[in-house]
Design a protein around this ligand. Structure first.
Ligand code: PRX
Length: 649
């Protein structure tokens, strides 16, 4: 780990919203008297009826988390209407197409009209407060209109990443019993079409077999590509919005009314519907967006995430728009038409704040400096990173080459469950250490514990917990509160367990070391080993499968699969290809296995539990230190696994 320290840049201190003294004093207040602190900051959004209660949260027993509970507001109102007087003509969204000659600017006035129209379309087709709407969209402005239109009428959106398969989409439609889907004919990424409507049609058929009937599909015409059409069910977006009024009153929402569900992977079972609510979420994402990125009026802000992930929800749509910001939305990929694309877009739109993922940084770093240095990037002021640990080499390249040593790098640690950023530098306040997410945001109390749950003080390495609630925290697993308690609050009593390992250094800086559970992080995409395993065993030839992660230069982690075939079958390259295609079909391309090892047996204890520790070591090609294998039912299995390993260095 690099221990290099970069003091706060003088240029970043100038005009910074938060300097180090302010950070220290606000942080102290936020921990000493959270009620008072959040009562003040809760007012950063507009309330139709002000809250009188601030914090009512418990991590014990049934676990109940309520913030600003008697306040009434609306997220869409806060992201649009309240800005209209001052900045109706200001650009809210800059859209940059996959094709570099295609872009669009949407002002707050235009955003208002588009969102109101779409809200009226939803209402016209019977969508009501509390109903679930699935959004399966490419990165086009209509994706944000759809989210905001749901928020406007109090419908709960569930955005499903456009790279997920029909099966994965169906699972998410069924789980929340969503009867309305918004999609596009096709998406476009790197010049290649993605058949979103066809996938939706397949997903709807699968959902119907599980007795969830989708009543309507609203389809944006993005490419004009051919799609199937169910006359009564399917509706063209452009026709529908033309036929309704351009005004729609925002629904009065209680602070704890649900805003959205977002499915994410855990160490067991199918993906969980993480539920976020209205008031606390918006307060937290708008506040973190402003302070973490030192957002000033007029700044052009670009987060390269997809709206299908929480980063897109909180830091493309809700946080920036609640702050009246100009947020850039990018349809394409970093290497199309060339590996200079990111930097060209920065120059084209004069981007000041740029927020991306280590996997993209590593991939672009491998293309060398020229594609970067041939662009100006003079507008850049702040760089951000999110999604996985950033290795110090990538951090240095980002800082030195992309940012020309002028731009602080904010390495932001958080999760789908946390709603917003929890551990992060603040540009004008925090000295940086490459590879460290540094210090907690206001109101966030991290704690390291060992496997027995004993609290570790001072410099230490342990499991990362958070001991008290913050307003952006998830409230429950949709439809399964018991699973919420079991997953997050039962490993260490009275604490939220993040699933991450972490080191704290002598300066109190936090260094996230990665997941300590069976969750993989592949190119910043989160995936449960159990999901990949269940996709594998659903193939006719597979009797058993165990999946582990291994360090991968580009992706952070690669997917290594141990597969036991049905009796009498032998593995070969053709079957490998078949299995890879099968997993891609079941989950989506993000789950593409990197290595498949056919293994007649898996290392199991006498009680039948697979010893993943051994599988991880073999996948890492580090089997000199396998530890004790004497408890295995059949220790000979290990020799075969080593002999046939697929990752020989
Ligand atoms: O392991 C941590 C890693 O990503 C996980 C959360 O994934 P997800 O819910 O998909 O949200 C990603 C975007 C917020 C965490 O448990 N992670 C996220 N950010 C960082 C990180 N690991 C290290 N450093 C980060 N900055």
């Amino acid at each position: 780990m690099s221990e290099k320290v970069y003091p706060v840049l003088t240029s970043a201190k100038k005009n910074a919203l938060i300097d180090n003294d302010t950070y220290l004093s606000w942080y102290k207040q936020s921990i000493k008297d959270p009620e008072k602190f959040w009562a003040k900051h809760g007012k950063r959004i507009d309330w139709f009826k002000p809250f009188t209660k601030v914090k009512n949260t418990s991590f014990e027993g049934k676990v109940a988390i309520k913030w600003f509970e008697d306040g009434v507001t609306n997220v869409s109102y806060n992201c649009i209407d309240r800005h209209l007087k001052k900045r109706g003509d200001q650009v809210a969204i800059i859209w940059e197409g996959d094709n570099p000659y295609l872009d669009k600017k949407i002002t707050y006035n235009e955003l208002y009209e588009q969102v109101c129209r779409l809200a009226n379309v939803l209402k016209k087709h019977g969508v009501k407060k509390g109903d679930r709407v699935t959004i399966y969209m490419p990165m086009i402005p209509e994706a944000s209109y759809a989210m905001l239109a749901c928020a406007r009428i109090g419908a709960i959106h569930s955005v499903v990443f456009g790279g997920f398969s029909p099966d994965a989409l169906a699972g998410r439609i069924v789980d929340c019993e969503s009867t309305f889907v918004i999609t596009a004919d096709e998406g476009l990424r790197g010049g290649k079409p993605i058949p979103l409507k066809d996938n939706t049609d397949k997903a709807i058929d699968i959902a119907a077999r599980h007795h969830v009937l989708v009543k309507n599909v609203l389809v944006v015409r993005r490419t004009g590509g051919k799609t199937g059409w169910a006359t009564k069910r399917d509706l063209w977006y452009h026709e529908e919005i033309a036929a309704v009024k351009p005004e729609c009153k925002p629904e009065k929402m209680k602070a704890e009314d649900p805003l959205f569900i977002l499915y994410t992977s855990g160490s067991t079972g199918k993906p969980k519907g993480v539920l976020h609510t209205t008031g606390g979420y918006l307060v937290y994402v708008s506040m973190t967006h402003q302070y973490v990125f030192d957002y000033h009026d007029g700044d052009i802000y670009w987060c390269t995430a997809d709206v299908g992930w929480v980063t897109g929800h909180s830091y493309i749509v809700y946080g920036p728009l609640a702050n009246g910001a100009t947020t850039l939305m990018f349809e394409g990929v970093p290497n199309y038409p060339s590996v200079s694309r990111f930097w060209e877009v920065i120059d084209k739109h004069k981007v000041n704040i740029f927020y991306t993922a280590p996997t993209a940084i590593r991939a672009l770093m491998s293309a060398g400096n020229d594609p970067v240095t041939k662009t100006s990037r003079k507008s850049l002021r702040i760089l951000g990173s999110v999604g996985e640990p950033i290795n110090p080499e990538a951090w240095e390249w980002y800082y030195q080459v992309v940012g020309d040593k002028r731009c602080p790098v904010v390495d932001t640690w958080w999760q789908t469950e946390t709603g917003g950023i929890l551990i992060t530098p603040l540009p004008g306040a925090t000295a940086l250490k490459p590879g460290s997410a540094t210090r907690p945001f206001f109101g966030v109390q991290p704690q390291l514990v060992d496997n027995e749950g004993d609290v570790l003080e001072g410099p230490a390495d342990g499991n990362l917990c958070i001991t008290d609630s913050w307003p952006g925290q998830m409230r429950t697993v949709y439809g399964d509160h018991k699973r919420f308690i079991e997953t997050y609050f039962s490993a260490y009593k009275g604490k939220y367990f993040t699933g991450d390992g972490c080191r704290r250094d002598k300066d109190g800086y936090y260094w996230i070391t990665g997941r300590v559970d069976d969750v993989l992080n592949v190119s910043g995409h989160r995936m449960g080993t159990a999901e990949v395993e269940s996709a594998l065993v659903s193939h006719d030839t597979v009797s058993e499968a165990a999946v582990v992660g291994y360090p991968h230069d580009m992706k952070g982690q690669g997917i290594y699969c141990y597969v036991t075939l049905m009796a009498g079958l032998d593995g070969n390259d053709e079957l490998r290809k078949d299995l890879v295609a099968h997993v891609r079909k079941e989950i989506g391309p993000i789950a593409t296995p990197d290595k498949i090892q056919f293994s007649p047996g898996l290392p199991k204890t006498r009680s039948g539990k697979i010893m993943r520790r051994i599988l991880r070591k073999i996948a890492e090609d580090d089997f000199g230190s396998l530890g004790d294998t004497s408890t295995l039912a059949d220790p000979a299995v290990v020799d075969d696994l080593i002999a046939n390993r697929q990752n020989k260095k």
